[in-house]
Ligand binder design. Structure first.
Ligand code: GRF
Length: 199
């Protein structure tokens, strides 16, 4: 199950990855909080069921997240992937999917939680930058790390050039982590991400 808010290039990477292998897993559905999210078209083209649930139709974060849980659970997913889902989730939501909720974040966490990660990496004079897949916990962008990819920052880089490089990393890392989970190799164990039984 994949949650999106925008263009859905990470969703496309997941779709393409699954197309290239035998049926270890499938994407049972895509939910977007924006009706114009281009990723919805990507899902439809791949024959994946879609739902739109606009946060604007709800009075508060709690009621939106309750409805979102309802929508997700109709698909009975084993795993929920936040692929550019630009909403902060409530503790109830996070608890409900604990251990089966992954996010992709465009920085080398724990550096640069939140937004504008590429510019912040440049502003702080970082020598390297990257992307991280992590389990989602109550702390925003603070859950146990699963896998990271790195790029060197060079003098010519700007936020756009870093974004382009980091996105290429994301397209490899998120399907990789999803495959590990689908194969039963990845678990959240006592707040630690364990791959093949080791933290
Ligand atoms: C990605 O860079 C992801 O790290 C961030 O939002 C972006 C989503 O892009 N959280 P897309 O919708 O997958 O193209």
């Amino acid at each position: 199950m994949v949650l999106i808010s925008g263009s859905g290039t990470n969703l496309q990477a997941l779709i393409d990855d699954l197309a290239g292998q035998s049926a270890l897993a499938s994407i049972v559905g895509v939910v977007a909080n924006k009706a114009d999210a281009y990723g919805l078209q990507r899902a439809a083209s791949a024959g994946i069921a879609t739902r739109v649930l606009s946060h604007r139709d709800f009075a508060d974060r709690e009621s939106f997240d309750q409805a979102l849980m309802g929508a997700i659970d109709t698909f009975s997913p084993d795993l929920v992937l936040l692929a550019g889902f630009m909403r902060i989730l409530t503790a109830d939501f996070v608890k409900h999917y604990r251990g089966r909720l992954l996010n992709i974040h465009p920085s080398l966490l724990p550096k640069h939680k939140g937004l504008q990660t590429h510019q912040r990496a440049l502003d702080e004079g970082d020598l390297e930058h990257g992307a991280t897949v992590h389990f989602v916990t109550e702390e925003l962008d603070g859950g146990p790390l699963i896998v990271q990819g790195r790029v060197k920052i060079i003098a010519d880089d700007d936020a756009a050039s870093l974004a382009a490089q980091v996105q290429q990393l994301e397209y490899r890392l998120f399907p990789l982590a999803a495959r590990w989970f689908a194969a039963g190799r990845l678990q959240l164990d006592n707040d630690r991400a364990c791959l093949d039984g080791s933290p």
